[in-house]
Design a binder for this molecule. Structure first.
Ligand code: PLP
Length: 480
């Protein structure tokens, strides 16, 4: 890397990105291109001779950006957010600049040690039990995504039991979640060799706001034990993907302890809110958990990817995932005085991801991060109030954080018609390019999901979005 070339090109790129953010509201939020559009615009083979950065950036502007869905737009309200920030961005920049591969402590001691320190900071902010801190037998590790976090703890739980019972027990192991648990649980079971018929997605009820009931878990476990099966693992969620339901951690955790099971808590989105004292109660019962995960790249101003996983017994992970080839042996690892994160994850190589989280915590400070979360939740509440004032709409699930689940519900229409109407409303809204939202189905109802969580979103964006819903609804109702 030539330092002067980096300086020149790096400055140009930062200018380009800064201009992108300056103009971000001008782009259609959801990309409007057709499949295969890019093949028609780019040549069939790589250039034989170097081109200028200016030529490439010109193509980015005219050919790539039209095919981008703008997750950082203030008018982005879909799925869950994927936050970027100046601190997160410059942390990524520094990580790319240093460009080390920190699989073992020796390959960059600072990378391992900063990750341990920053995850201890965050664990303390979330008031996680001390067992999750790196000073004891537990600790934190940054995974790429919540799906990887779930997979590695499921592997740890599986292998712990198989070491006791023998490999033949694999076919008897049962994993539990709810019908609202993220689909990554099924995928993790598939990879871990847990039969799909032994993955119980227990039905939740509207009256419980789509949270998993302890009674249904107890019943399912009793039934499985009576059938000669072995309960292995429960994944509970704080902030489910469809409606941000919160499973009752304490009661569920006690059941898992009585049945010798691994208890994992997935707070991929809502974990961030729990740094505010007024939302921390959603984690009550976390002391029963064996592992806990939150995505800092969702709602914590940390650029993708940065999924924080804490585990009480790091040896369980290490026994499952450790490798020790000759070519990686070194004195520090042999002495076991250090953490080698390669043994806490699936890949060998790993980036210096703690830098961006450290930057976020230091450059914003806890007070600003708390205000950031509170502001989004207040904006979501404001949107919810606007929906509630329009009798043509219905709020479908209680809002707990910054997601509002609602639908258009005109009188005298059957459920199929209402579902179609809401599908049409979503299509009309998204194809306008003005905002981007997503949907879910709850109790057979097609539901619109409006999540406030993009860093640039202000009250004016939320108000304009609501006007758009009202206008699109009027147009649809007139023509239906
Ligand atoms: N868990 C929950 C509750 C989620 O909402 C999501 C994604 O939105 C995930 C897990 C999966 O996240 P990831 O993309 O980090 O694997």
């Amino acid at each position: 890397m030539d330092a002067e070339q980096l300086r020149e090109n790096g400055h140009k790129m930062v200018d380009f990105i800064a201009d992108y953010y300056k103009n971000i509201e001008k782009f259609p939020v959801l990309s409007q291109v057709e499949p295969g559009y890019l093949q028609k615009l780019l040549p069939d083979c790589a250039p034989m001779q170097p081109e200028s950065l200016q030529a490439v950036l010109q193509d980015v502007q005219t050919k790539i950006l039209p095919g981008v869905t703008h997750w950082q737009s203030p008018d982005y309200f879909a799925y869950f957010p994927s936050n970027g920030s100046v601190a997160g961005f410059i942390g990524e920049m520094l990580s790319a600049g240093i460009n080390m591969v920190g699989f073992s402590w020796i390959t960059s001691p600072a990378a391992t040690e900063l990750e341990m320190i920053v995850l201890d900071w965050l664990a303390n902010l979330l008031k996680l039990p001390n067992d999750f801190l790196s000073k004891g037998p537990g600790g934190g590790v940054i995974q790429g995504t919540a799906s990887e976090a779930l997979l590695v703890v499921l592997l740890a739980a599986r292998d712990k039991v198989l070491r006791e019972l023998g490999k033949d027990a694999l076919g008897k192991l049962v994993v539990y979640g709810s019908d609202q648990t993220h689909s990554s649980l099924l995928k993790a079971c598939q990879i871990a060799g847990i039969h799909s018929e032994n993955c119980r997605l227990l039905k939740t009820e509207t009256c419980n706001e789509y949270a998993l009931s302890p009674e249904s878990l107890t019943d399912a476990i009793s039934h499985d034990v009576a059938s000669g099966l072995i309960p292995l693992f429960l994944c509970a969620t704080v902030g489910t993907t469809s409606s941000t339901a919160v499973d009752p951690l304490l009661a569920l955790g006690k059941i898992t302890k009585r049945n010798n099971m691994w208890f994992h808590v997935d707070a991929a989105y809502a974990g961030s809110a729990c740094i505010c004292p007024e939302y921390r109660h959603h984690l009550n019962g976390i002391e029963e958990a064996d592992s806990f995960n939150m995505n800092c790249h969702k709602w914590f101003l940390t650029n993708f990817d940065c999924s924080a996983l804490w585990i009480k017994d790091r040896n369980a992970l290490i026994q499952s995932l450790a490798t020790n080839p000759e070519f990686l042996k070194n004195k520090a690892s042999q002495g076991s005085a250090v953490v080698d994160y390669k043994d806490w994850q699936i890949p060998l190589g790993r980036r210096f991801r703690s830098l961006k989280l450290w930057m976020v915590l230091r450059l914003y400070g806890v007070k600003n991060l708390q205000s950031y979360i509170r502001n989004h939740i207040n904006l979501a509440k404001h949107f919810e109030d606007l929906v509630a004032q329009d009798s043509r709409f219905e709020i479908v699930a209680t809002r707990t954080f910054s997601l509002v689940c609602f639908r258009l519900l005109p009188a005298n229409k059957n459920e199929d018609c209402v579902n179609k109407l809401n599908r049409d409303l979503l299509d009309a809204i998204n194809s306008s390019g003005k905002i981007f939202i997503s949907h879910t189905v709850l109790s057979g109802k097609y539901v619109l999901r409006f999540v406030v969580g993009a860093p640039l979103t202000e009250e004016r964006h939320v108000i304009a979005a609501w006007k758009l819903f009202q206008e699109a609804a009027s147009t649809l109702l007139e023509s239906s």
